[in-house]
Design a protein around this ligand. Structure first.
Ligand code: SF4
Ligand code: SF4
Length: 191
């Protein structure tokens, strides 16, 4: 599914976004892209992407912020590194996909109701809050934010798993949550 918005004028491009991309480690290489298309040709998932890896690199460089961050492409990237291995300019395309995913979550611009970014955001939020992954809550949050009807379909299985003691409703926090918070903050500061 393509993003509907079409940029008609250069003035509409977000130059700050373009500058941000080239300022992050690895991102500066996108200036060297020759648009040969090798990455798109070698990517096993490009046929499912709304914009191919070649287009994403070009659009990120030119400042198509909204189109890039709302795109499904970074979320469909399987991190197989085929594009990176074959890129004649040794551009770290896979790493750029990671950077774009982080930015999309940070800016709340990921494709809505698409399970992969929702799962990544909820998982991170719960780890920060509890220090562990509360599976039941994660499944419920994912279903509510993507396809609530799935909850009804999954309910019988969920109940069987709960009876068997494989799913817990209550999640205990880890000890030393403050230390974890400090670690996560320092990690964020270094990235
Ligand atoms: S393979 Fe490398 S140089 Fe070629 S289009 Fe992709 S990113 Fe650009
Ligand atoms: S790393 Fe991602 S973008 Fe690159 S070839 Fe693999 S799936 Fe495609």
């Amino acid at each position: 599914m393509k993003v509907e918005r079409v940029i008609k004028y250069e003035a509409e491009l977000d130059k700050d976004f373009s500058q941000w991309v080239v300022s992050v480690p690895g991102g500066e290489q996108i200036r060297d892209c020759i648009q040969c298309g090798t990455c798109s040709a070698t990517c096993p998932l490009s046929i499912y992407m709304d914009y191919t890896p070649r287009k994403i690199i070009l659009m990120a460089h030119q400042g198509f912020k909204e189109e890039v961050l709302r795109s499904f492409t970074p979320w469909l990237c399987a991190s197989c590194y085929a594009c990176m291995v074959n890129c004649p300019r040794e551009i770290k395309i896979t790493e750029i996909m990671y950077i774009l995913k982080e930015k999309a979550i940070e800016e709340g611009m990921y494709p809505k109701r698409f399970p992969i970014p929702v799962l990544a955001r909820e998982f991170t939020r719960m780890i920060v809050k509890k220090g562990r992954n509360p599976e039941t809550k994660l499944i419920i949050a994912l279903a509510l934010r993507t396809n609530p009807l799935n909850l009804l379909k999954m309910a019988p299985l969920g109940l069987r798993l709960m009876k068997a003691g494989r799913l817990e409703i209550m999640t205990k926090s880890i000890k030393g949550k403050d230390q974890l918070k400090t670690m996560l903050q320092s990690l964020e500061a270094t990235t």
